[in-house]
Design a protein around this ligand. Structure first.
Ligand code: R5P
Length: 311
């Protein structure tokens, strides 16, 4: 088995390699003067079971191209099986036509990855479960909830916990976390987005008064959804609001918005490499997905069950 990494999140790839007790495959990514990407693998991969790790996070298009070209290089080097390990699958939010004459870019990206030569995909907390079906190759979707619930239990046991979904679409994810927290009660923020990139909190379904609220979501991007939800929860009498979010996209002024918000803490995973602003924030803490990814990779290579990781 070999693990090769793109440049989007080298520290996570190195941690996964450490978990697996292997060295990262020796490969380099260069750029031509016009910014074309060139990938070169410096060791033999013929007949190998190769995992190539790359989050398609900011800069999304460059990181995606690097992944596609890396897969192509592996295929042409006769790797036996290529698994694209995409901790954060960018473009996932474009999973349906929001209006006439618009694309379904998540499907296009899935096609590109398959066409490049991937045999399997491994990701974490896909924005929507059905994105698995966009790939015509086996796709494993890992869940951040076990890592998050262990952290919540270690830090906040003894509080009157309540799990909050920041929108109706996240209820299944929130319910799964609540189940892991001894069936903590659940509330839902009825969010309505008037324009792309803006969110508006309309209502809270459930009584959050006196509760220590755990907001759970797959993505924090502008931070608008999260900060509006936190404000609304506080206004309804929540004692504290802590957020657990798998993918810290955190674009634009998101970190400043989080720092200035009423959130007690934002906990994100390392599915996306942290920027300096994220590292410097006193309000943002990281949980690592390396052991979970490493164990899933090991099980895929050994052809044993991945789903039993979540029993
Ligand atoms: C939306 O359905 C997602 O689950 C997130 O709630 C959303 O992407 C967060 O975006 P933002 O931080 O920009 O409000």
């Amino acid at each position: 088995m070999k693990l090769m990494s793109g440049n989007s999140n080298l520290s996570l790839a190195q941690s996964v390699a450490d978990y697996l007790d292997i060295k990262l495959t020796d490969a380099s990514v260069k750029r031509f003067a016009d910014d074309e990407i060139f990938v070169e693998i410096h060791e033999n991969v013929r007949g190998e079971d190769v995992f190539i790790m790359q989050s398609t996070s900011f800069p999304a298009n460059d990181n995606l191209m690097e992944l596609l070209i890396g897969i192509d290089a592996l295929r042409r080097a006769s790797a036996k099986r290529i698994t694209a390990v995409i901790p954060y699958f960018g473009y996932a939010r474009q999973d349906r036509k929001p209006g006439p004459r618009t694309p379904i870019s998540a499907k296009l990206v899935a096609n590109l990855i398959t066409e490049a030569g991937a045999d399997r995909v491994l990701s974490i907390d896909l924005h929507a479960g059905q994105i698995q079906g966009f790939f015509d190759i086996p796709t494993d979707n890992l869940y951040g909830a076990p890592v998050m619930s262990a952290d919540i239990q270690a830090r906040f046991a003894g509080h009157e916990l309540m799990v909050i979904s920041p929108d109706v679409g996240g209820v299944v994810r929130a319910r799964a976390l609540a189940k892991r927290l001894d069936n903590a009660p659940l509330a839902i923020v009825d969010k309505r987005r008037e324009r792309a990139g803006e969110s508006e909190v309309m209502n809270i379904i459930g009584d959050v008064s006196g509760r220590f609220c755990i907001l759970i979501d797959d993505i924090v991007d502008s931070g608008g959804t999260l900060c509006n939800a936190a404000d609304a929860l506080k206004a309804k009498g929540a004692t504290e609001v802590v957020a657990y979010i798998t993918h810290g996209v955190l674009s634009g002024g998101a970190v400043a918005r989080i720092n200035d918000s009423c959130l007690k803490e934002l906990v994100i995973t390392d599915s996306i490499g942290a920027t300096d602003a994220v590292k410097d924030s006193d309000k943002i803490r990281h949980l690592t997905m390396a052991p979970l990814l490493g164990e899933a990779i090991k099980r895929i290579a050994d052809e044993t069950s991945v789903s039993s990781l979540f029993d």
